[in-house]
Design a protein around this ligand. Sequence first.
Ligand code: C5P
Length: 248
Amino acid sequence: MSAGQNRLPGVPAPSGAETTTDHGPVAVAPVITIDGPTASGKGTVAHRVATALGFGVLDSGALYRLTALAVLQRGVDPADVAAVELAARSLKVVFHPTGVTLDGAEVSDLIRQEHVGNLASRLAPNPGVRAALLERQRAFRQLPGLVADGRDMGTIVFPEAPLKIFLVADVRARAERRCKQLIEKGISANLDDLLRDMRERDARDTGRAVAPLVAAQDAHVVDSSNLTIDQTVQAILDLWSSARGEGG
Ligand code: C5P
């Protein structure tokens, strides 16, 4: 699926997002990117912003987690970069309204496990994996718009997005949130272990050479440490209103 689609009657092009081709004008779906460290609340916030605007959602971390799960299920050696890239290229994934399937099996809960997230962050620096997942991610860009969350949405995947958010929160606040979520799901969790894993994962995600976790130059940094989810969502919707207003 390409970023551009034929303009639908009655659907205004977002400002600055129309190009003309031999086939006439095409409207490019607007993208709001939300990047940030693990457990910063990106996923929940992205879904809420998307619902408010009627946009679709891309949870790009899920694709890295699905790659990790495929590696585990197929017995691929995580150190074998070519085999891991092949696993990423050959993912048979279907996102459905309440989750995702891998090779036809429901894996929504499996990919949320901490060890799968940790393996995803160890596989993510592999340039072959990142290249394999790039077009899959861009295919989510469809009218009327997309909210994309991850680490490199604003820098690599959708560098021309009209609104970029870099969502941060203090590591302790994030570990406490994750601990609460796991306990609510009936999964045992230890705050100190989560803090250590989260610091390690932050260091890997920010320190890697390829597509590191970094705010795009034109991103708005939103610190959610002391904000509720409602307040964070509202802050982003306000930024979206003014981005559209400024664009005319
Ligand atoms: O966001 P989530 O925790 O689900 O992502 C799992 C891992 O996938 C991250 O720790 C990160 O290493 C990797 N990832 C990435 N680029 C993205 C999204 C996730 O490298 N756009």
